[in-house]
Design a binder for this molecule. Structure first.
Ligand code: GKR
Ligand code: MG
Length: 423
């Protein structure tokens, strides 16, 4: 029996303010959901993980929590089999309220991930070492992030205007980029597309290119475009793009776009579990994979994926959803420990209200678009119980239990329908 045996797991769903960000399936609701996972040991330590807060996901997390009781925090290699046994190998689909937008994969990895995070956090605390050190050491002292631009409304219906204002055309997107760069110093730009007609979005990319001649640019329509549209827009944007993220759905379509445009294709949609990798490699469908500890199963499986990418000459970037500070810390530790991190990471961070979090992120400040890799033991975080309580109350007071961008959009624009590909 380990001195640090796990004796208790607490799962707390929380809600935090989210602006009306537009995407291929609708628009972000006024609150985003997450679940905070605390793993407690008999020795009195607490390891932290952050994950999706959808109702179906919470049910699986509860089963997983039962299954890890009695384990040692050093048992990370067995987490996958222990948890998949407990939840019956549950796979994609049912936990996601996102019609057709496989943003998170929602595979078993998404249930394992917060436990992997908490276990590594505990290991670091026990050893007095930061998580990146336990993961094998750091390859960099600063982890670079990319600006993540969204078309957006000025306000949620009936709400107050947020600090970003409206961005519904190329000028609005350039203004948003200028503000984000001014405040965070990012050195690359990603535009979330799939919202307006593809040529309007191409115009926005061209406007960004004119405004920021030397910055790498990415566009991500989340599979909203057909192969033909993706090829046409890809040829129009040509070498303007650092990579072309999920313009179309599926490995075969991505492969055809890669072959016909020659632009590096990136994905967080068509390769979201190991079973997708052989076909993607055989068809040369993706040249960059966005790792994400939240659905690949945590830090260890993400590092394994990065190693596989290295073997096959595939670049590595990182994906994000709306997230809080525990996720941000995890991204920085994983980013530091990933040797072949070839691109700046995605983050939704600027969209969050800084005052809303369950941990202090004072050690995770953006300077010139990067976060300095922290040195404190574990993830280097301390849970703020009052803040956790406040965000949990916010969750309880809301009626949002599953992310549903499409339903929210339809409640505002009843004629809205989700279709893929839309163009
Ligand atoms: O937050 O609307 C959003 C994004 O579209 C997100 O859901 C995606 O998962 O950031 C993501 C992506 O790169 O596809
Ligand atoms: Mg994406």
């Amino acid at each position: 029996m380990s001195r640090h045996e796990i004796n208790h797991v607490l799962i707390t769903p929380v809600a935090f303010t989210d602006p009306p960000l537009l995407n291929a399936v609708g628009v972000h609701e006024p609150l985003a959901l997450r679940a905070i996972v605390e793993v407690h040991t008999v020795s009195g330590l607490t390891g932290l993980g952050e994950t999706y807060g959808d109702a179906g996901h919470l049910e699986l997390l509860k089963k997983a929590a039962e299954a890890v009781r009695g384990a040692s925090p050093f048992d990370v290699g067995r987490l996958w089999s222990v948890i998949s046994g407990a939840i019956g190998g549950a796979s994609r689909g049912s936990q996601s309220g996102l019609t057709g937008l496989a943003t998170s994969g929602k595979t078993i990895g998404s249930v394992v991930a917060p436990f992997d995070s908490a276990f590594y956090d505990l290991q670091g605390q026990i050893l007095g070492e930061p998580v990146w050190s336990v993961l094998g050491g750091k390859h960099r002292d600063r982890v670079d992030f990319s600006a993540y631009l969204f078309y957006k409304w000025a306000t949620h219906p009936g709400g107050d205007e947020d600090r970003w204002g409206q961005a519904l055309d190329p000028d609005g997107i350039v203004r948003q980029a200028q503000k984000m760069l001014r405040e965070y110093g990012f050195k690359s730009l990603k535009l979330k597309g799939g919202v307006f007609a593809p040529d309007e979005e191409a115009e926005a990319i061209e406007a960004l290119r004119a405004a920021f001649p030397s910055l790498p640019l990415r566009v991500d329509p989340n599979g909203a475009w057909s192969v033909e549209t993706s090829v046409r827009v890809g040829k129009r944007l040509g070498q303007t793009l650092e990579y072309y993220e999920d313009p179309t759905m599926g490995i075969k379509g991505m492969s055809e776009v890669a072959r016909r445009t020659g632009i590096p294709m990136a994905t967080n949609m068509c390769v979201v579990e190991t079973g997708h990798i052989p076909e993607a490699i055989r068809l040369k469908a993706v040249q960059v994979i966005l790792i994400d500890q939240h659905y690949w199963g945590g830090f260890l499986p993400s590092l394994n994926l990065a190693a596989l990418c290295k073997t096959f000459g595939i670049g590595v970037s990182m994906h994000s959803n709306s997230h809080l500070g525990i996720s941000l810390a995890g991204m920085v530790h994983l980013g530091a420990a990933t040797e072949n991190l070839t691109y700046a990471l995605d983050t939704h961070w600027p969209w969050k209200d800084e005052s809303e979090d369950v941990v202090s992120t004072a050690d995770l400040q953006f300077i010139e678009g990067a976060i300095r890799v922290p040195d404190k033991p574990g993830l280097g975080l301390e849970l703020d119980r009052d803040a956790l309580g406040r965000l949990h109350d916010k969750y309880l007071a809301s009626n949002i239990r599953t992310r549903n961008d499409t339903g929210y959009m339809k409640s505002i624009e009843p004629e809205y329908e989700y279709v893929a590909p839309r163009w």
